[in-house]
Design a binder for this molecule. Structure first.
Ligand code: ARG
Length: 459
């Protein structure tokens, strides 16, 4: 193993240690951030008089050359190298000889790795936000199309009250908008550079952590060097957000799976976003939605795994912290796969509005309209609930719908009931009557759509 720490050791590391310790198979992803941080560090060492003009010029050139080679795949870590930092220092020394070793002054892999992982996460959450926006766009476009399509609104997965399909899709959009908000809020706390914290105590060299932070796009530098190298809140918080996004996508997926099954037949998924069966030729399966639901479990695991890794660690850096990277890489990779597939599936699904509308009044879902009508007639809601319950029981017993009860039977059930109650017994009427902000009527849904549209361009 080519090491950054050979001096006080007599022999090389055991093979088993080297195998356990190596992280280049995942942390080479941080190479471009390590090189950017190295350039900022070189400039600071130069300003501090620790590198002369010629040295800093050669270092910056070599770092640029190395960046290109990393990007093109020409430069790779060697099997004997422990991590990305060791590999890149070797690359510099190969080019510059002893000058390549000067860059290590005043910094440690402890502050480097913490800084570069922040940079990686901040960069990749921008892509995540863009992918979320694409899904929001797909949901919103379907919501516009079906802003007035009635559908059974459910609680306990039982028909409750009619809503519009657009309103239901926008409910999912609201959750995703909060996720975008969480990412923005997370970024404001993640924008702190740990560079300058050194191994844990800061540096005796005249470094400039504030300038380095600014050069690397951070808002500030760590207020406490021990916290600077030990803090992984930014990973835990981001993994909470990605887990919650996973949960939101999973709930949407569960609905898509239900809507597309034979019994519902509310939607048909496009062939390009469905899969078949190896034995049953007729099958068309919602695999995207199922994989999304499955991967939510994995995203939750990424979060809980990291929290368990962190919980027992004393300050400051411990090697356990190397376990911070794979969960967050996995979470971001997972969403990068899931979101475009889901957005395509939603954008291309065919909605069977006629079937939704036909199902909307089934299961006495207009009963609340009767109770509200009675309230408008001056009946206390408690009594209105009882009377309507008796009406539903009568219908269920006779196998008829609410609007099919005869005038005589209405009067028998309650003297408060009469023929004009039938006026409220249409799905369209029930929807139109919902005019308060946030409700499912056409007016509030149009307002909601306008507000969603207005919220989007700020991203
Ligand atoms: N590769 C390590 C990590 O990702 C950084 C190495 C720090 N090693 C050390 N002995 N302090 O956490």
């Amino acid at each position: 193993m080519s090491k950054l720490w050979g001096g006080r050791f007599t022999g090389g590391p055991a093979e088993a240690l080297a195998a356990l310790s190596v992280s280049t198979h995942f942390d080479m992803r941080l190479a471009s951030y390590d090189l950017a941080a190295s350039k900022a560090h070189a400039r600071v060492l130069h300003r501090a008089g620790l590198l002369d003009d010629e040295e800093v010029g050669r270092l910056l050139d070599a770092l640029d050359a190395l960046s290109h080679e990393v990007a093109s795949g020409e430069f790779t870590a060697r099997p004997e190298e422990e991590d990305v930092h060791a590999a890149l220092e070797r690359g510099l020394v190969e080019r510059l000889g002893p000058l390549g070793g000067k860059l290590r002054a005043g910094r440690s892999r402890n502050d480097q790795t913490a800084c570069e992982l922040r940079m990686y996460c901040r960069d990749h959450t921008r892509q995540l936000a863009a992918d979320l926006l694409d899904l929001i766009d797909a949901l919103t476009a379907q919501a516009v199309e079906h802003a007035s399509t009635p559908v059974p609104g459910m609680t306990h997965l039982q028909h409750a009250q009619p809503v519009t399909f657009g309103h239901q899709l926008l409910a999912h959009v609201q959750a995703l908008l909060r996720d975008l908000e969480r990412l923005r809020d997370w970024d404001s706390r993640a924008a702190v550079s740990p560079l300058g914290s050194g191994a844990l105590a800061g540096s005796s060299l005249p470094l400039d952590p504030v300038a380095v932070a600014a050069e690397l796009g951070f808002e500030s530098c760590a207020a406490n060097s021990m916290d600077g190298v030990a803090d992984r809140d930014f990973v835990a918080e981001l993994l909470f957000v990605t887990a919650l996004i996973g949960v939101h996508l999973s709930r949407l997926s569960e609905e898509v799976i239900l809507w597309s099954c034979q019994e519902f037949s509310w939607i048909t998924l496009d062939d390009a976003y469905s899969t078949g069966s190896s034995i049953m030729p007729q099958k068309k399966n919602p695999d995207i939605a199922e994989l999304t639901r499955g991967k939510a479990g994995r995203l939750i695991g990424d979060l809980t795994g990291l929290l368990a890794t962190l919980k027992g660690q004393p300050l400051t850096y411990n090697r356990d912290l190397q376990e911070d990277k794979e969960p967050v890489f996995d979470a971001l990779d997972t969403l990068k796969l899931v979101l475009p597939a889901l957005a395509g599936m939603i954008a291309t699904m065919t909605v069977h509005g006629d079937r939704m509308a036909a199902a909307a009044p089934i299961g006495y879902s207009l009963a609340t309209e009767v109770a509200d009508w009675l309230v408008r007639e001056g009946v206390p809601f408690k009594d209105a609930h009882e009377i309507t319950g008796a009406l539903v029981a009568h219908c269920a017993k006779n196998g008829i719908e609410l609007h099919e009860v005869s005038d005589a039977d209405l009067a028998t059930i309650s003297p408060h009931l009469n023929a004009s109650v039938r006026d409220v017994l249409t799905v369209e009427g029930a929807l139109a009557a919902r005019t308060t902000p946030g409700s499912t009527g056409p007016g509030p849904v149009a307002d909601q759509l306008a507000a969603v549209r207005e919220a989007l361009p700020t991203w």
